[in-house]
Design a protein around this ligand. Structure first.
Ligand SMILES: [Ca+2]
Ligand SMILES: [Ca+2]
Ligand SMILES: [Ca+2]
Length: 276
């Protein structure tokens, strides 16, 4: 099939799909708020106003930014905080994702059992705090060190100040950027959260902790609240690329399997007609 013809058929398939109300717009989702410090600032009150973190150029401390030319640094003793563009008391029909890129430095393993944590919180539908979702992180214990284990433990839970080893932890031994992701969704009328640690590109999931409290009825829950680095090791922590993605916005509505098969049928019909 000539390229031009293929393109024409493709356009007609989309036109048919639009006419049928199957597709409302493009296929790809869009991030609703993000802050990568690329303007050299921490933004306004709804971005990163607390602490505050310092914005530093890429390669500060020998660490390349997760993306772009800038990242942020939380010095020892500072507690950094973001509102992810602003709190929400509205539950999005398709749920939402809160994410942060953090550089986990194996130099921290010089200290035993040095704990820190990243918290993602949600609101209820009145805009008040509902629940924290906490990545407990910490370096190895003295006992681990005796066994030759030097690295960083992470697990997921709902308690700040929790042990990083008491809920099916992962153990990282490579200093690198990691994504700390919380995906909230409607699971049978109750809000569930998949807490995940991913590699720097977001392609490999290294750990998942699903948290769900039966009292978190979707009808009671709002949207995002804060991200909060509650405590951290005796060294600077670099971070970058905080993201809030709400599902679905109109551009993110993806055809269901039945609609997809209709699309294929429509495409097949058009190809046949063009061959006549
Ligand atoms: Ca950046
Ligand atoms: Ca824990
Ligand atoms: Ca979105």
């Amino acid at each position: 099939m000539a390229m031009k013809e293929a393109a024409r058929i493709g356009l007609r398939v989309v036109a048919v799909a639009l006419a049928l109300g199957i597709v409302t717009a493009a296929w790809a989702g869009t991030v609703d708020w993000s802050w990568g410090f690329e303007d050299g600032t921490i933004g306004g009150a709804n971005d990163w106003d607390y602490g505050p973190p310092a914005v530093v150029p890429s390669n500060t401390g020998g660490i390349p930014a997760h993306s772009g030319s800038f990242m942020a640094a939380a010095e020892y003793g500072t507690s950094i905080f973001s509102r992810y563009g602003g709190y929400s008391s509205v539950w999005p029909a398709g749920g939402f994702r809160m994410e942060l890129a953090m550089y986990l430095d194996m130099a921290w393993t010089a200290y035993n059992d040095m704990r820190f944590e990243w918290i993602s919180a949600i609101c209820n539908n009145a805009g008040n705090h509902r629940r924290d979702f906490v990545f407990n992180m910490g370096t190895q214990t003295a006992a681990d060190a005796a066994l030759g284990n030097y690295g960083i433990y992470i697990d997921g839970g709902n308690n700040a100040g929790g042990d990083p080893r008491d809920n099916n932890p992962i153990f990282l031994t490579a200093g690198d950027w990691y994504l700390l992701r919380c995906t909230f969704y409607d699971d049978g009328g109750v809000v569930a959260c998949d807490m995940q640690v991913l590699d720097t590109t977001g392609t490999t999931v290294l750990g998942t902790w699903t948290r769900k409290d039966a009292s978190d009825l979707v009808s009671l829950i709002g949207g995002n609240r804060y991200g909060w680095l509650y405590a951290h090791p005796q060294d600077v922590i670099y971070f970058d690329d905080s993201i809030l993605d709400i599902y679905p916005y109109p551009e993110e509505i993806i055809p269901e399997p039945m609609s997809l098969s209709l699309l294929v049928l429509a495409a097949t019909g058009l190809v046949r007609r063009n061959r006549k």
